[in-house]
Design a protein around this ligand. Structure first.
Ligand code: HEC
Length: 143
């Protein structure tokens, strides 16, 4: 349900996707090896949609490995509800300093992700403490 939400919001109907793919392949086909390149483009494009537009998740400016791990977890576990940029969707807005304002103490935010809150599931059974801390730091420092 959640991934469907992201997909529909991003591209509209499957017909849109089809015409986009044919536009893309049409652009590439005239080149040498055109058919192969066209196929490849369609394939990558489909992969991009399946990934829930993960390409939009902000890249890190810092090379802190913990933040990089946090970004990977955000991509895998949080994008579907909170959006690629953290602007919100099913879940609340997390970006633009929203979480540091709401949770000046990082431990309170870690508590929400660990134990859940209303519609938001608890992650204590599926992520370790250090993974939760990493993804929380990413939402505070990377979004
Ligand atoms: C199934 C959808 C869903 C997923 C997946 C999800 N969240 Fe949430 N999240 C929500 C909803 C809905 C809320 C709002 C809860 C409320 O306040 O009632 C929320 C709230 C939050 C809050 C509190 C925000 C606030 O304004 O108080 C944080 C922090 C948060 N989520 C982080 C995460 C992180 C980190 C992940 C990934 C590990 C994640 N969420 C995955 C749906 C989700």
């Amino acid at each position: 349900m959640a991934s469907q939400f992201v997909r529909e919001n991003h591209l509209g109907s499957p017909a849109d996707t089809k015409s986009l793919i044919s536009q893309l392949t049409g652009l590439i086909r005239p080149q040498a090896n055109g058919r192969l390149a066209g196929l490849l483009a369609a394939f990558c494009f489909a992969g991009f949609i399946m990934a829930g537009c993960v390409d939009d998740v902000p890249e890190l400016v810092s090379d802190d490995p913990v933040l990089q791990q946090g970004r990977d977890i955000y991509v895998a576990r949080c994008v579907s509800c909170h959006g690629a940029t953290g602007a919100g969707g099913l879940g609340t807005k997390l970006n633009d300093g929203e979480v540091t304002k709401k949770y000046p103490d990082i431990d309170d935010q870690i508590d929400v992700v660990t134990n859940g809150k209303n519609q938001m599931a608890a992650f204590k059974d599926s992520l370790t403490e250090s993974e939760i801390e990493a993804v929380v730091r990413y939402t505070r420092e990377g979004l």
